[in-house]
Design a protein around this ligand. Structure first.
Ligand SMILES: CC(C)(COP(=O)(O)OP(=O)(O)OC[C@H]1O[C@@H](n2cnc3c(N)ncnc32)[C@H](O)[C@@H]1OP(=O)(O)O)[C@@H](O)C(=O)NCCC(=O)NCCS
Length: 264
């Protein structure tokens, strides 16, 4: 079953209902990340999330779950927000806009619930995710977490430390409203670029070439930490014709933050 065979018209995006649909999310999580059982978010956590104001939103082809997004409520410095812990689309349905649609459904639901901020972490070596988060959704990143989860059993991590950028999606900011509702991409002065070579996926996947991926991770980690300490934020992302990526950093001109002492 794939989009190529069936198209996307028959796909619906809606909240997951009941234990069977949540179980399908657990199964898809296992399929997409190939985690060991210890790293898997279990059914019980999906149930808890639904009871405490989190979100589990699915993409369905007929009755089959082919994508989902999962978030839990968080609180910082007296403000509540949503932390999106997972976004997954089945391999054969990727690159047809479903990841983006799931995030847009998350935004709509979050705004209805009264949230202004949705956050998530992402691997800064993942060119595709960085493009989706910064260029297509309008999230920004100005916090870097070194080896965020410790070791990960997912092959997607390629055995590297789990460094993560924190994406902040200020749902009603000028930046996001202009991009999503008015189709106006954000304008800003680029003060720094941080490059990610297209070969990063191949390097991560190959034990022999992994040191090259580790080198890029180390170099970029230093660059992010230094740039963020100077008040820069990752505000854009560009890809060239060879699929190399580059974070574009500048100064965000909107005064939005739920800063806490832990972030200093
Ligand atoms: C991340 C993920 C959810 C995206 O789902 P998706 O349905 O493929 O996403 P979309 O089709 O909405 O958007 C993908 C974008 O990346 C682009 N893209 C695809 N491959 C790319 C690559 N190698 N480099 C750069 N961009 C790429 C697509 O062209 C598209 O951009 P566009 O809308 O400007 O054309 C999916 O790839 C996935 O499940 N990955 C594994 C799990 C994961 O990494 N989850 C996110 C972190 S929690």
């Amino acid at each position: 079953m794939s989009v190529a065979e069936h198209g996307t018209e028959q796909i619906t995006i809606r909240k997951c209902i009941g234990i069977d649909e949540l179980n399908a999310c657990v199964a898809l999580q296992k399929e997409v990340w190939n985690f060991s059982d210890l790293d898997l978010i279990p059914l019980r956590m999906f149930v808890v999330s639904q009871k405490i104001g989190g979100q589990t939103i699915g993409a369905f082809y007929g009755d089959d779950l082919i994508g989902f997004t999962f978030s839990i409520p968080g609180s910082r410095a007296g403000h509540t927000y949503l932390h999106s812990h997972m976004l997954a689309v089945r391999d054969s349905f990727r690159n047809h806009g479903l990841g983006r649609k799931l995030k847009l459904a998350q935004r709509e639901d979050a705004i209805q619930q009264g949230f202004e901020l949705l956050e998530w972490t992402f691997d800064p070596l993942e060119i595709k995710n960085a493009h989706l988060n910064l260029s297509r959704l309008g999230a920004i990143a100005r916090r870097y977490s070194v080896n965020h989860y410790g070791h990960s059993s997912s092959p997607l991590q390629g055995g590297l430390p789990t460094d993560r950028l924190v994406a902040e999606w200020w749902l009603k900011s000028k930046r996001v409203v202009n991009l999503l509702d008015r189709k106006q991409p954000p304008q800003f002065k680029v003060e720094k670029k941080i490059d990610v070579p297209a070969q990063i996926y191949a390097w991560k996947a190959s034990p022999e070439e992994r040191p090259k991926a580790a080198e890029v991770q180390k170099r970029n980690r230093e660059q992010f930490l230094s740039a963020f300490s100077k008040g820069l934020s990752a505000l854009g992302y560009e890809r060239d014709e060879q699929d190399n990526g580059a974070f574009l950093l500048g100064r965000w001109d909107e005064d939005r933050s739920y800063a806490s002492k832990d972030d200093e």
